[in-house]
Design a protein around this ligand. Structure first.
Ligand SMILES: *Cc1c(COP(=O)(O)O)cnc(C)c1O
Length: 347
């Protein structure tokens, strides 16, 4: 979370917009909340530059719930569902589609080299209901820099870890989803952007709370949403628009941040990037040191100097710097300097 947003939350926690009530106390059916929700949706549309072609929904259950809802709602009868497998999160999404007995085709995978790259060799098939991919692979630190061709088939993307980190054209996307907790707010919700034509696919037979149409028809207020989370998302989006200056600006900063660390890695004798160079993520820089003993020393020394959370995901180990929108240029500068210093002193 950006520091100014946390400060604003602290400032106004007891009285939301001068109402004398906390955001955690006002009714989700009140005009105050309605206005907040409307403003949040408007900000999403303005930041990403779209209008009535797509709808913004807030759905509980995080990104993982979307793994299950997507095939349930968007698979067309008798047609396959296509997936790209680029890591742990893609694998989980594929598993959920298979559990439902869908005709799942994995049209490209980077499993052969431990998910260290983004596949370029694949053919997009227009027979598929949709093509699913994970735009940024949080654990291995790879990122799609050129999306598959969405003119052929509707694209569906898990953008949890790079949502709102750079501009995108939503046109080819049937659905975009993102767990809020990486780049746009606290946990508790997935933001879903769904194209209007996708709503026609939703089978009537699904349980009410698992249908995208329920969330669309009730403007995400069929039941009580996590109001505090939506409030915090609203503040993060306002910060993005008004303080940072929009998505082109945030991308510029994110590029600067990532290149500072990759530069240290590239000229280093001890750090080794996990992702192949052309697939590198601007959000998660994953790297290793020569052995686990030196990784332990690196992490311990980092912690001592106030760099917390550099340990790689438990599934692959190593180290990882997650430099989401809220991480400042200055923090990344300090981290890069620390990494250089550690290399010098440990040689
Ligand atoms: C963190 C993450 C998830 C899981 O999100 P939950 O909200 O915890 O379900 C899914 N996909 C990606 C790419 C992630 O980074």
């Amino acid at each position: 979370m950006p520091q100014p947003v946390l400060e604003e939350i602290r400032e106004n926690l007891l009285s939301f917009r001068g109402s004398g009530m906390s955001i955690t106390e006002i009714s989700h059916r009140s005009a105050l909340f309605d206005e907040l929700l409307h403003d949040t949706i408007t900000r999403v549309k303005r930041l990403l530059g779209f209008g009535n072609s797509h709808h913004v929904l807030f759905i509980q259950g995080g990104a993982s719930q979307q793994f299950c809802m997507i095939p349930m709602n968007l698979a067309l009868p008798g047609r396959p569902v296509d997936y790209m497998n680029t890591g742990v999160w893609s694998t989980k999404a594929i598993k959920e589609a298979r559990i439902q007995g869908k005709d799942v085709r994995v049209i490209a995978t980077s499993e052969d080299r431990e998910f260290s790259y983004i596949p370029v060799d694949y053919t997009v098939d227009q027979d598929a209901s949709y093509l699913h991919f994970t735009s940024n692979n949080t654990i291995m630190g790879t990122q799609w820099h050129r999306y598959p061709d969405g003119k052929v088939v509707p694209l569906v993307s898990d953008m949890s870890s790079d949502f709102m980190s750079h501009p995108i054209d939503v046109t080819p996307f049937g659905l975009i989803y993102a767990g809020a907790q990486k780049n746009i707010g606290p946990s508790g919700i997935a933001m879903v952007i769904i194209r209007d034509d996708m709503l026609e696919r939703v089978p009537d037979t699904l349980p009410t709370l698992l249908k995208y149409t329920t969330f669309h028809e009730h403007n995400s207020l069929f039941n009580t949403p996590p109001t505090f989370t939506i409030y915090a998302i609203n503040l993060v989006l306002a910060w993005l628009e008004e303080t940072v200056g929009g998505l082109e600006q945030v991308e510029k900063i994110n590029r600067q941040k990532a290149s500072m660390i990759y530069e240290v890695i590239d000229k280093s004798e001890i750090y080794r990037g996990i992702a192949e160079a052309n697939s590198r993520s601007l959000m998660n820089v994953a790297f290793r040191l020569p052995d686990s003993e030196s990784e332990q020393r690196f992490l311990a020394e980092a912690q001592k100097q106030g760099f917390i959370g550099l340990k790689g995901h438990r599934s692959i180990g190593g180290c990882r710097a997650s430099i989401y929108n809220a991480v400042t240029l200055n923090s990344v500068k300090s981290l890069a300097a620390f990494m250089e210093e550690f290399e010098k002193t440990s040689a």
